[in-house]
Ligand binder design. Structure first.
Ligand code: ADP
Ligand code: ZN
Length: 519
């Protein structure tokens, strides 16, 4: 038996490696750098803990959260592993003692906060130790525009210069393409290998549809048809909507309960308890619900409002089917949801660059909603993972009707160009539809050749077209300006008529057919 496998069994008590663990462990034991992307619960810790035991010296683990550090250390100690944590909650004497043991080679894994690690005195101490590896947990914290940005993480780049011989392994559960590149760049991991694994949830079937005139009837149809007696979660954006939907489902005869931060703590706890213990309870909830909920037989997760990003969507839907049996992720979305989310982004007091990132994330989510491709492929590619067309999502099972949207795309793209690539979809649509407003006249846009050339579609249809163009990479939300839409390199071929564009029919319903449709 190989040494890593032996340690896996005798120390950690597992029979076999899971997914890419074996490959990662071997790579790091052999001294390679790595960036590891796995979903939460995927088994990232083992990827550095096991090499830490196989390589001589102490492994230094950087972790941003003191509470998590403490948990990990106690879990390791229970396995008989010599682990310790250095953080500001320790008394001075305790710190000195831990550092002494570390220098004496009496510690296998030491967890430190980044600000602590990068102090001169600590780095000097490390130079006197034999080092097994550096593990950088929650590596997305280096991303400047991410939610969890930690300025101290940027300093970690210096580890490479100071300890060039020591392998570094960065780990995270959340990183889209740009964030991944940012991690590689900021942590100088260019020569390392990237491992993206474990994101696919093959037993979950993805279905997304535009909202019809009554989204709650759509929900009812879905639950009655496919999940009449099942446990499930229905996500809503606001507390008021949670209460409303829960009550309505109760009136329809379901065992539905509300959950949101506005409810009394005891009510929340009681509802959660019933969801976990009783059969067939439907939890109607805001995103306040779900963290740490481990109920294996949740048969469906429904979204009646859009989540705020594809990461959030995947995390929320990931609560379905933990037992590996078939489960559904079902969502309906409408234009009003999109508008509300955009407003939430705009109305926040975040810096502009952050807002642009939020808009981009929203675009990626909408691209997923309106894709004509396998949904699983779209999601997995967003995380850097991949799969074949899955045969277990709505677009695979019933290929969507699409139409040649080349002319519509040309009109939209020319309109962006003529107005100077600084306006958002709202104004561009006004131009295309020939809206005679004061703003139009004062900007002189009623004189443009693209004024009023798009009356064959309604406002919502144009919105969908613009979104699909962003999703297809023909338009981008302007990085330097005020979130206006700008052309990308790849739209040239479309403008010249050399490339056709296929658009979803259901998302761009004909103007006449959509009368009376709610967003
Ligand atoms: P992450 O850090 O990716 O969120 P963890 O490292 O905490 O995930 O692992 C999640 C769970 O999976 C833990 O309970 C861990 O004990 C378990 N686990 C990890 N690797 C294996 C394995 N090879 N076999 C069985 N269980 C494993
Ligand atoms: Zn599919």
């Amino acid at each position: 038996m190989s040494r890593p496998l032996e340690i896996l069994r005798t120390v950690f008590g597992y029979d076999r490696f899971r997914g890419a663990q074996a490959e990662i462990v071997e790579h790091v034991i052999n001294g390679g750098d790595a960036l590891v992307l796995m979903p939460t619960g995927g088994g990232k810790s083992l990827c550095y803990q096991l090499p830490a035991l196989c390589r001589p010296g102490v492994a230094v683990v950087v972790s941003p959260l003191i509470a998590l550090m403490q948990d990990q250390v106690s879990a390791l100690r229970q396995l008989g592993i010599k682990a310790a944590a250095l953080n500001s909650s320790l008394a001075y004497g305790e710190q000195v003692e831990i550092e002494r043991r570390m220098r004496g080679g009496e510690i296998d894994l030491i967890y430190v906060a980044p600000e602590r690690l990068m102090t001169d005195s600590f780095l000097t101490q490390l130079e006197r130790c034999q080092l097994a590896l550096f593990a950088i947990d929650e590596a997305h914290c280096v991303s400047q525009w991410g939610h969890d940005f930690r300025p101290e993480y940027l300093k970690l780049a210096a580890l490479q210069q100071r300890f060039p011989e020591v392998p570094r392994i960065a780990l995270t559960a959340t990183a889209d393409g740009p964030t991944r590149n940012e991690i590689v760049e900021k942590l100088s991991l260019e020569d390392g290998r990237q491992f993206v694994a474990g994101f696919d949830r093959p037993n979950i079937r993805y279905r997304v549809a535009p909202k019809g005139s009554s989204s709650r009837n759509q929900l009812l149809h879905f639950i009655r048809g496919d999940h009449a007696n099942d446990a499930g979660i229905v996500y809503r954006l606001s507390r008021a909507k949670v209460d409303e939907t829960a009550q309505w489902l109760q009136e329809q005869g379901f065992n539905a309960l509300p959950y949101h931060a506005g409810l009394d703590k005891s009510v929340r706890a009681a509802n959660q308890d019933r969801f976990l213990k009783e059969e067939g309870v439907i939890m109607v909830a805001t995103i306040a619900f779900g963290m740490g909920i481990d109920k294996p037989n949740v048969r469906f997760v429904a979204h009646l409002d859009l989540p705020k990003s594809l990461e959030a969507y995947y995390q929320e839907t990931g609560r379905a089917g933990r037992d590996g049996l078939p489960a559904d992720a079902w969502m309906v979305y409408g234009m009003q949801d999109v508008a509300r989310l955009r407003q939430m982004v705009e109305g926040s007091d975040a810096p502009d660059a952050q807002k642009r990132l939020e808009h981009r994330k929203l675009d990626a989510l909408l691209g997923f909603c309106e894709t004509t491709r396998c949904r699983r492929q779209v999601v997995l590619e967003y995380f850097g993972d991949h799969c074949e067309p899955c045969g277990n999502c709505d677009t695979c099972l019933e290929p969507v009707e699409s139409f040649d949207g080349s002319v519509a795309a040309q009109k939209a793209l020319s309109c962006v160009y003529r107005t100077g690539q600084r306006f958002g979809a709202g104004h561009l649509i006004d131009v295309l539809m020939g809206a005679e407003t004061e703003r139009m006249t004062s900007l002189g846009h009623d004189k443009l050749s693209t004024f009023g050339i798009g009356r064959e579609f309604g406002k919502e249809e144009w919105r969908s077209i613009f979104r699909q163009l962003v999703a297809a990479g023909l338009l981008r939300v302007d990085v330097a300006g005020h979130g206006g839409l700008a052309l990308t390199e790849s739209c040239r071929a479309v403008l010249r008529g050399e490339k056709t564009i296929s658009l979803r029919r259901d998302a761009v319903a004909k103007k006449t057919a959509s009368r009376g449709r709610r967003g």
